[in-house]
Design a protein around this ligand. Structure first.
Ligand SMILES: CC(C)(COP(=O)(O)OP(=O)(O)OC[C@H]1O[C@@H](n2cnc3c(N)ncnc32)[C@H](O)[C@@H]1OP(=O)(O)O)[C@@H](O)C(=O)NCCC(=O)NCCS
Length: 180
């Protein structure tokens, strides 16, 4: 990668339409596999809603946004039993530009999510993804997440597997304090 990678909090001046297009491009292979993730087709308004209902991050290379992920606090009204638990933060709307996938940006975004969640008092970091997206489930398992349960969302056409990782004090401090 020619320019260094920066990961920072999303700012209201960041291009939401551009992030929406990045999401559509990144998630296109999942759509082609028949998995109708919201991010395969959501509008810019939905992108903004999802960004502003949590702690959104962007990854930049040479000033251009090449990745994003948003961290969400526990939600007592969530259909997902785990996401209702105090101390359990989750993340979503997670993508890296197809041209740069496989170069470690996703792993760095997850490390930032872990550190940020730890700073906010989380004891666990969780996520969900289509159970049929086997390559993703296996990747999250390589990052230390473990399968916990299943959940069905109204907006998708598949069952999701929920994965979670315990954030021990050691892991949080080892993640450092990213400039967010
Ligand atoms: C999932 C995603 C965000 C990960 O970002 P990334 O920058 O590609 O992640 P990394 O480069 O850190 O890691 C990718 C992993 O997939 C592996 N991989 C194998 N084939 C690959 C390929 N053709 N392209 C990309 N990664 C590949 C890499 O080796 C790496 O595994 P490792 O960390 O064990 O070495 C990104 O691939 C993406 O946007 N995918 C489409 C949208 C999506 O699936 N979002 C998550 C929904 S839950």
């Amino acid at each position: 990668m020619a320019s260094p990678l920066t990961i920072r909090a999303w700012q209201p001046t960041d291009d939401v339409q551009g992030i929406t297009e990045l999401l559509h491009r990144a998630y296109a292979p999942l759509a082609q596999a028949g998995l109708r993730y919201l991010a395969t087709h959501q509008s810019a308004e939905i992108t903004r809603e999802r960004l502003t209902s949590g702690y959104p991050l962007v990854a930049l290379v040479g000033g251009a946004i090449v990745g994003t992920a948003t961290l969400y606090p526990p939600d007592a009204a969530s259909p997902c039993e785990l996401y209702r638990q105090p101390g359990v933060y989750c993340f979503g709307q997670f993508a890296v530009s197809p041209e740069l996938q496989g170069s470690g940006i996703g792993r760095q975004l997850v490390a930032h999510l872990e550190a940020l969640a730890g700073q906010l008092g989380a004891t666990e970091l969780a996520l969900d993804t289509a159970e049929g997206a086997v390559h993703l489930v296996q990747w999250y398992e390589r990052l230390g997440f473990r399968r916990v349960q299943y959940v069905e969302w109204d907006v998708t056409n598949y069952r999701s597997v929920v994965l979670s990782k315990s954030l021990s004090t050691r892991q949080v401090s080892a993640g450092g304090s990213p400039a967010l």
